[in-house]
Design a protein around this ligand. Structure first.
Ligand SMILES: [Fe+2]
Length: 274
């Protein structure tokens, strides 16, 4: 009887300890997830502060991308990834090396075009430290200018080798680029935009996703977003910085970092402030 009682007490104690450990582990994971989400929110605000036009663009793209992701029956976690890729697909454009080129109204020279085309890699590099929390984010951002026919950049991925989130964001990005007036181009009509998507079906874009995007309920939802956003105030224009003096930056990195930045990420462009 005594033995039975002792065994019961031991089992209870082991069970309680395991439960407490599990609870603490869940709590730790929860805090880590909230911290990672807060980092993303901070990054998004940094995009807004640096360039309101890009901040507004990525939010519209995220709305179109989520409509399409939902129509494609992606589960909640995949949809969250699509949203993140959409919100950060152009984060590489806030790199100072590209800032003046992107905000210049004049036609891009071949050299400038080559520089702009580095923004997916630059974006992936910015997001790389978050890989432990969002393993598909940097790859989605890196792939958002790939094309279905393999003629995109930077890796010339083809068809289903392109991550799904990037294929969705590519359509949402193009739709917004065509339907929203920018400094350097007037918006095309809704009909022209849908025709252009149809033309890129199977060459630039995933054909099944184009069909889905142009299907009546999906395109109707996208049209609503388009109409809402046309009534919002436009973001402020960003002043040019080409003539600004370069400011030296002290070498400093977070203590938790154990890896050094990729060689091509070092010493690139001028830095505006520490
Ligand atoms: Fe882009």
């Amino acid at each position: 009887m005594r033995n039975l009682l002792d065994r019961g007490v031991v089992e209870f104690a082991v069970g309680a300890a395991a439960g407490a450990l599990l609870f603490r582990e869940r709590q730790r994971r929860n805090i880590a997830e909230r911290l990672a989400a807060a980092v993303l929110e901070t990054l998004l605000r940094a995009i807004d502060a640096n360039d309101g036009e890009t901040g507004a663009h990525v939010r519209r793209v995220a709305r179109y991308a989520l409509i399409l992701a939902d129509a494609a029956d992606l589960d909640a976690s995949e949809q969250r990834n699509v949203e993140r890729v959409a919100l950060f697909h152009d984060i590489g454009k806030i790199d100072e090396a590209l800032f003046d080129i992107i905000h210049d109204n004049s036609k891009l020279s071949p050299e400038e075009l080559r520089a702009v085309r580095t923004h997916p890699q630059r974006g992936a590099e910015v997001l790389a430290p978050l890989a432990a929390f969002y393993p598909d984010l940097a790859d989605g951002v890196l792939s958002h200018h790939e094309r279905w026919d393999g003629k995109g950049y930077p890796r010339k991925l083809r068809a289903n080798a392109i991550p799904m989130a990037a294929r969705i964001v590519s359509i949402a990005d193009s739709f917004d680029a065509m339907t929203f007036t920018r400094r350097y181009q007037n918006a095309r009509s809704f009909e022209e935009a849908t025709e252009t998507l149809m033309t890129g079906r199977g060459t630039q874009f995933d054909p099944n996703l184009v069909d889905l995007f142009l299907s009546p309920p999906v395109i109707h939802a996208a049209m609503q977003v388009l109409q809402e956003d046309h009534h919002r105030p436009r973001p402020r224009r960003v002043p040019r910085t080409r003539d600004r003096e370069a400011i030296p930056v002290p070498k400093l990195s977070f203590r938790w970092r154990t890896t050094t930045p990729a060689p091509h990420a070092r010493g690139r462009g001028r830095r505006r402030s520490p």
